[in-house]
Design a protein around this ligand. Structure first.
Ligand code: ACM
Length: 267
């Protein structure tokens, strides 16, 4: 069984939701694939200066941009994953999450809230409360994590233990070594990992000057870089994979990756 993944590396413009969304749709329309992956916060941009900027542009998981993605996914029979700033109603007012959606065949299959917040995100967002889960779509088992979740190998391991064939990893990376680390996450879990990053630079009133590192990539369970995108320009690249390859955790005749774990010695 094969599916085609599209890594959609974009340059979101800060708080320009309309423009960022229209551009993402244009890129999705320009390419044939089954599963499309956009960056973290593809709608909003990243470098918030204050809570007001976030409050003005965060959206509930039902919103008109997703309505369009739901319709496109239904019409084309595809899945689309990407990140957005989510506004959720709480007793004491709205709570903001750095979230990622997986929309497929006209349905919101996953709304994942980022577990590990990075740097100034901790000032504006609430740490996610969804945990990690895997959904099956067209016989492919898909898991979602967001950017800095990579720093915690437990995230990818939790998704592997939940049966993921492919981890979709929308990102806004600024540190230089995630792409190398994700190679290890793919090999040590024997899963495919699509890390889809953004490009461009953003500053804010705190003096943060962030250059996003591009270089989106797809790594196979056996450690092949199946796609590597440029560090500084938008690009969409597709690749066909057999996701069921990730289901064999047999490293050799003596070692099964997951069966060989010794969780009694790990915390
Ligand atoms: C990050 O988590 N956006 C670095």
């Amino acid at each position: 069984m094969t599916i085609t993944l599209a890594l959609v590396q974009t340059h979101p413009r800060f708080l320009a939701l309309e423009k960022n969304h229209a551009h993402a749709v244009e890129l999705i329309d320009s390419t044939d694939a089954d599963v499309y992956v956009l960056p973290e916060l593809y709608l909003n941009g990243y470098a918030f200066s204050n809570l007001d900027e976030l409050a003005r542009t965060a959206l509930p998981a039902e919103n008109r941009y997703f309505d369009e993605l739901l319709a496109i996914s239904m019409e084309k029979g595809i899945a689309i994953c990407g990140g957005y700033a989510e506004s959720a109603r709480g007793d004491a007012g709205p709570t903001f999450f750095n979230s990622a959606f997986l929309i497929a065949d006209g349905e919101l299959l996953v709304n994942y809230r980022k577990t590990h917040l990075f740097f100034r995100e901790t000032q504006f967002f609430t740490a996610g409360d969804t945990g990690f889960s895997v959904v099956e779509w067209r016989d492919v088992r898909l898991g979602v994590m967001i950017c800095f979740d990579w720093f915690y190998p437990e995230a990818a391991r939790a998704l592997a233990l939940a049966g993921a064939d492919v981890i979709l990893h929308p990102s806004n990376l600024v540190l230089p070594y995630c792409q190398k680390a994700m190679y290890a996450r793919a090999v040590e879990n024997r899963v495919f990992i699509a890390t889809v990053n953004r490009v461009g630079r953003e500053t804010n009133t705190h003096g943060d000057d962030l250059t996003f590192t591009g270089a989106s990539q797809l790594v196979s369970p056996s450690g092949e870089y199946l796609v590597t995108l440029p560090i500084d320009s938008e690009e969409v690249r597709t690749v066909e994979i057999d996701p069921t390859v990730a289901r064999s955790k047999q490293i050799n005749e003596f070692n099964d990756l997951l069966a060989g774990r010794r969780p009694e010695f790990y915390r």
